[in-house]
Design a protein around this ligand. Structure first.
Ligand code: PLP
Ligand code: ZN
Length: 411
């Protein structure tokens, strides 16, 4: 196994693989370090292809000495070609990585599966999180499956669908009167006092590794090739940067060839600290107070903001923002052209894809992957009143009258 240590992203200091997330020397964030020099591409690829139908087929690149007992099956979500979306946008080749097809209907199942496996290995009996919505449901469900107790902290104004889809698993659900950034601060404080595994605080370095599996799957599903461009949403910036890290690890091992794709980050205009910094040419983010319907992306002080900026710049990508109206129409555009109903975060991603297409940024020969991270059933209000329901009496005459009004008689 190639996992080595925890390592500071800023000064390089290494630490043992336990529950810690900040460097004692420089207060920089820690991440998992590997030595992949023992992996040869042919046998690694065979091991992946013979592995389980889940993220655990990528165990060589995950932070465990031996493959953990799998819980809820996570990953291997469809990579679906989207020819009608491509045509509508005047693009050559567009694929949708449909991560709504996970057990709790968002990409957060990936990060939680890895964080909980590590928490169990380290002996924790209680898991917890600070959530913008989807993490809540994922932690609650995976804890239920594993027989762990869970404490889930959410902002009190969270969408009702997400609250209901969390409480059902029997989690201790705590609604905090404040923004996600307030919730996160509270959880950081609590994590210092309690012997709990907070998936996105004290075991965050392991949690973050789960997002690499999105990159691995995209490459494997393209026949061990990289796309030319990835459009993905940014909240803390972890998902965005770790998809790229997944590609980089496979380039290093020789499982794929070529260069890193261009990475375009997607944010809601009402919470766009990374897009603003990108536009200003800054390499750090100024915290903002979120005001957007894309609540799952509403992090005003993104932990991985500087790394997301760096990735966008060095890969030849960008970080863009779109308005709430553009988010709603992005949801409709994706649904009408692919049959995939996404939550507001996917509306952000689709709207940014559209914006890049309209600005002529995307070449006609490019293979583009848009990462759709959550299910539309989680944010139903976002599509309310975006279409009409035609109510009629139960008679053919009434239907024909309504059809005539709608001028669909020809059908
Ligand atoms: C959490 C989340 C993201 C992005 O999260 P990061 O903090 O940037 O890793 C994207 N989409 C959805 C639906 C999410 O729940
Ligand atoms: Zn350090």
């Amino acid at each position: 196994m190639s996992v080595q240590a925890l390592q500071c992203k800023e000064c390089g200091q290494t630490y043992p693989l336990d529950a810690r997330y900040v460097c004692e020397q420089c207060f920089g964030p820690l991440e998992v370090a590997y030595d992949h020099s023992g992996l040869d591409p042919e046998s690694t690829r065979r091991r992946i292809q013979a592995g389980p139908q889940s993220i655990w087929r990528y165990s060589d690149f995950l932070p465990f000495e031996s493959r953990p007992e799998p819980g809820l099956p996570v990953g291997l979500t469809p990579l679906q070609p989207a020819p009608r979306l491509a045509e509508r946008l005047g693009l050559g080749e567009v694929w949708i990585k449909n991560d709504t097809a996970n057990p709790t209907h968002s990409f957060k199942d990936r990060v939680v599966a890895v964080a909980l496996a590590k928490a169990q290995e380290l002996g924790y009996r209680v898991v917890a999180c600070a959530s913008t919505g989807n993490l809540a449901g994922a932690v609650a469900a995976h804890a239920a499956a594993a027989g762990l107790e869970s404490f889930v902290f959410i902002p009190s104004d969270l969408e009702e669908q997400k609250v209901l889809a969390t409480g059902v698993y029997g989690a201790n659900l705590i609604a905090v009167r404040g923004t996600y950034d307030d919730v996160n601060r509270l959880c950081t404080e609590l994590s210092a006092e309690r012997d709990w595994a907070f998936v996105n605080v004290n075991v965050r370095p392991y949690y973050a590794e789960g997002s690499k599996t999105l990159g691995f799957e995209i490459a494997e599903q393209l026949g061990f090739e990289l796309p030319d461009r990835v459009v993905a949403p940014i909240a803390s910036g972890s998902l965005f940067t770790k998809i790229a890290r997944g590609f980089e690890e496979w380039l290093e091992v020789g499982l794929v060839e070529g260069t890193l794709p261009a990475f375009n980050g997607a944010q809601a205009a009402g919470c766009s600290p990374v897009a603003k910094a990108y536009e200003a040419g800054d390499d750090f983010c100024r915290p903002v107070k979120p005001r957007t319907i894309a609540k799952s992306l509403a992090i005003g002080n993104p932990a991985d903001g500087p790394y997301a900026l760096d990735l966008a710049r060095r890969s030849g990508g960008s970080v863009e923002s779109v308005t709430d109206a553009e988010i709603r129409s992005g949801i409709r555009l994706l649904a009408e052209t692919t049959g995939i109903f996404t939550e507001t975060a996917g509306g952000v991603t689709t709207a940014v894809l559209r914006k890049l297409a309209e600005e002529g940024v995307i070449g006609s020969g490019e293979r583009v992957v848009a990462v759709i991270t959550g299910d539309g059933l989680k944010t139903l209000d976002a599509v309310r009143d975006t279409f009409t329901v035609h109510e009629i009496d139960p008679t053919a005459a009434s239907f024909e009258e309504s059809a005539a009004e709608q001028a669909v008689g020809a059908l």
